[in-house]
Design a protein around this ligand. Sequence first.
Ligand code: AMP
Length: 232
Amino acid sequence: MLNFSNLNLIGIKNFPCIKIKLSFKIIFQATISGVIAWFFKNNYKDILCWFWKMKELEDLILTYKDFPKKGIDFKDVLGIIQEPEVFKKLILKMSSSTIIKNCETIISIDARGFIFGSAISLQASKPMVVARKPGKLPGDIIKQNYNLEYGESSLSIQKSVLGKYDSFAVVDDLLATGGTVNCVSNLLKNNGKEVSGLITVVELTKLKGRSKFKFPVESVITFWNIKNYFLK
Ligand code: AMP
């Protein structure tokens, strides 16, 4: 504890407001340190486990430089499904997100979105519909064009889906510029429906895709500027 008699040596005893400020600062710092130490002591296994799990997942996402065209660092998530235990933990985590818990329907995006979307749909007991690339869906469809980080495409959904559901949580493997999800959002909005949220496995934060959206966005692994810089 602070010994006020020592403070007199430097003349602080004569300034009561400095004394009070100093003792508040020391009590505040001691309390914060105590809370952090207590929290770490009780949760260090969970904290280490969390870092380990993230690392375990991140190690399965390989980066292919200049694929499918020069300047693109392609993040390949397919390694995750070769490790069922990691895949299971990822699906449990994504399924327990409030975006999924509160959604009416999942809409997953062609094609890697289907892998994660259908597993989440099963785990969370939520219906799933699909947004597909050109020429893949039978029956009456509605279509919207969009720009990708590496090209141009269009997405379609079956008209019959619109009669059944009003609100959709989007599931995809990766969020980059946000153009793909924006396309799905516009497709639904133009037909009187809405996107309630977006959840992805990976997010490339430097491309600021999430800033395009008003609905909640979650991602499990984010690749930051610095990391992308070092990978280049
Ligand atoms: P975007 O519309 O720019 O947010 O791009 C997201 C969609 O394109 C997702 O469906 C991804 O599968 C794919 N994609 C875009 N950029 C990448 C990348 N760097 N690595 C892997 N997939 C990507």
